[in-house]
Design a protein around this ligand. Structure first.
Ligand code: FES
Length: 108
C-alpha cells in the first residue's frame, strides 16, 4: 500500500525570488514554479502552461496572474486556471510564508 502524506517543506527564502518573478524547484519529476507578487505574496504552480507546456516561471507576474511567455495565456496564480476565453488548468500547490521562509506543501 502506498500512503501519501502531506508535508510542509522549506523551499527557499522570499528574498531569493525577484519581485514579480519566480524560482523553480524540483519535486520528483515535476518542476514547480514559486512566484512572488509585487505585494510580497507567494504562489506555487507546476511550471507547465496548460496550453502547450510553456515555462510559466519565465512569464510576467501581474494582478494575481502570470502571463505565459510563449503565447500570452494568462493563468491565475491562485488556482492555475486559464483566464478569459482560454480553457485549461495547471496544478497549483499550497504555499505559505513563515517570516522570509517559503514553505510548500508536497506529497511524500
Ligand atoms: S504554451 Fe503557454 S500560452 Fe501557449
Amino acid at each position: 500500500m502506498n500512503a501519501l502524506t502531506q508535508t510542509w517543506v522549506t523551499v527557499g527564502l522570499l528574498s531569493d525570488i525577484p519581485i514579480r518573478g519566480a524560482r523553480c524547484i524540483k519535486n520528483g519529476d515535476m518542476t514547480i514554479a514559486v512566484f512572488r507578487t509585487a505585494d510580497g505574496r507567494v504562489f506555487a504552480l507546476e511550471d507547465n502552461c496548460p496550453h502547450k507546456n510553456g515555462p510559466l516561471s519565465q512569464g510576467i507576474v501581474h494582478d494575481g496572474c502570470v502571463t505565459c511567455p510563449l503565447h500570452n495565456w494568462v493563468i491565475s496564480l491562485e488556482t492555475g486556471i486559464a483566464q478569459g476565453a482560454d480553457e485549461g488548468q495547471t496544478l497549483s500547490f499550497p504555499v505559505k510564508l513563515e517570516g522570509d521562509k517559503i514553505l510548500l506543501e508536497v506529497s511524500r
